[in-house]
Design a protein around this ligand. Structure first.
Ligand SMILES: *Cc1c(COP(=O)(O)O)cnc(C)c1O
Length: 438
């Protein structure tokens, strides 16, 4: 199409200077556009018919596609769908598999937003969830499965106890019944662990965390292994294998990629949590340094966790990188290159100590986020998990003195100095409390 240079003021203000010269930028171009012009009458029909080319950003965008290819490659998957947030990734991944009357089996140790989605939003659609407390007991997963079960769900490394999921064991239980395992791999990142290599069928992430890495944007991603098998699982997912009058099924058109093709074609664009191409660009930029950041963050976290565990003010440190952790052996065999950088520390002085610690930190930032280049702290019992009962807190490993740390890339000495003075502040707050009570 040639550029229009004539016409009235208003015509020219919308038509002149809207395309860029053809050149090859080194950085990923940001196709910040609602849609794309069709090159011909037939191209439009081909787009709406066979899905050729680009039409509208909610159904496809070159910047978003590029980041999806990067993530599919790093997770070792067949295909990825990028979404507007991690919550959107979980919602879309689940809604692609379940229907009213379906049942989900989930680890108890999951992100609070995911739990809300299961126990509130999906429950209201007639989709029930059974939670497995002891995620290391294969029989507990097996017993929870019903004829209506359509998905198993867990997190590779779970807050707050930092338990590493035995993905191979849980995936095998699902496989025996034709049920896919979804693993939320936000805490491990594909650099440390690739769940699909251990038998998971689908990986989801909050890309807002380590993938973007600098806390500037929200995003989410779903990566599928592309190994949907209609002969084994087709009866569980009739919407993937059933063909309408004259229209071939998703399975007939996409084979093993049926699940993710269905998400791209019928779930994500209808519910509509489309990522901005600008967000996609920033996530792509972030991923270019993922391995370097996660290596450094993991090294810092291991040093910080070991240092904290030796301190008299500390009751316990739940970090899979420490030999004392119940899932350390599993972490050693399944994680490569580090143990991640998010974990919890529980102070002996309970709530007053935790409050004083949070109020004293200065290198570490007090906020609800994780996986950032900056170190962060949050007090789960009064924030993210404030609505849970004391019994639930106990199951989850959240005590009045528990703090969640997400260790960044800062110089280790500066982190230890900050922690040292924050622990001193915590200890003095506890002494003041004791003095008042005495
Ligand atoms: C943050 C997070 C989510 C939700 O992601 P958003 O991008 O905040 O929507 C889901 N799972 C885990 C493990 C998370 O940490």
């Amino acid at each position: 199409m040639t550029e229009r240079t004539t016409g009235g003021f208003t015509t020219r203000q919308v038509h002149v200077g809207t395309d860029a010269a053809t050149a090859t930028p080194r950085a990923l171009p940001i196709h910040l556009t609602a849609g794309f012009t069709f090159d011909s009458f037939d191209a439009a029909a081909a787009h709406f018919g066979a899905g050729d080319g680009y039409g509208y950003t909610r159904t496809g965008n070159p910047t978003v596609d590029a980041v999806e290819r990067k993530l599919a490659s790093l997770e070792g998957g067949a295909e990825a769908v990028l979404l507007a947030s991690g919550q959107a990734a979980l919602a879309v991944a689940l809604l692609g598999l379940v229907s009213a009357g379906s049942h989900i089996v989930s680890s108890t140790h999951i992100y609070e937003g995911t739990r809300g989605l299961l126990v509130d939003n999906l429950a209201r659609l007639g989709i029930e969830t059974t939670f497995v407390d002891d995620i290391h007991d294969p029989d507990a997963w097996r017993r929870a499965i019903r004829p209506e079960t359509r998905v198993l769900l867990g997190e590779s490394i779970a807050n707050a106890r930092n338990d590493v999921l035995d993905i191979a064991a849980v995936a095998a239980i699902g496989d025996a019944a034709g049920i896919p395992l979804i693993v939320d791999n936000t805490f491990a990142t594909p650099y440390l662990l690739r769940p699909l290599e251990h038998g998971a069928a689908i990986v989801v992430h909050s890309a807002s965390k380590f993938l973007a890495g600098q806390g500037a944007v929200l995003g989410g991603v779903i990566v599928d292994d592309g190994r949907f098998d209609a002969s084994r699982s087709g009866h569980l997912f009739p919407h993937l294998v059933g063909s309408g009058a004259g229209t071939p099924s998703v399975w007939e058109r996409y084979g093993g990629r049926a699940r993710i093709a269905h998400l791209r074609e019928s779930v994500a664009p209808r519910y509509g949590p489309t990522p901005s191409p600008l967000t996609a660009f920033l996530i792509g930029q972030g991923i270019e340094t993922l391995s370097l950041r996660v290596q450094r963050q993991s090294e810092n976290a291991l040093a910080v966790a070991g240092w904290l565990a030796d301190r008299p003010e500390v009751a316990s440190v739940d970090y899979a990188g420490l030999a004392s952790h119940p899932t350390h052996d599993l972490a050693r065999t399944s994680l490569r290159g580090g143990y991640g950088s998010v974990f919890t520390v529980t102070l002996r002085g309970g709530l007053p100590a935790a409050r004083a610690f949070v109020e004293a930190v200065s290198v570490i930032t007090h906020m609800t986020h994780l996986g950032d280049v900056r170190s962060l702290v949050l007090h789960p019992a009064t924030t993210s998990h404030a609505r849970r009962s004391p019994a639930e807190h106990a199951t989850l490993g959240i005590h009045p003195g528990t703090l969640r740390l997400s260790i960044g890339i800062e110089d280790l000495d500066d982190l230890l100095a900050d922690l040292d003075q924050a622990l001193a502040a915590a200890a003095s707050a506890v002494r003041d409390d004791a003095a008042v009570l005495a």
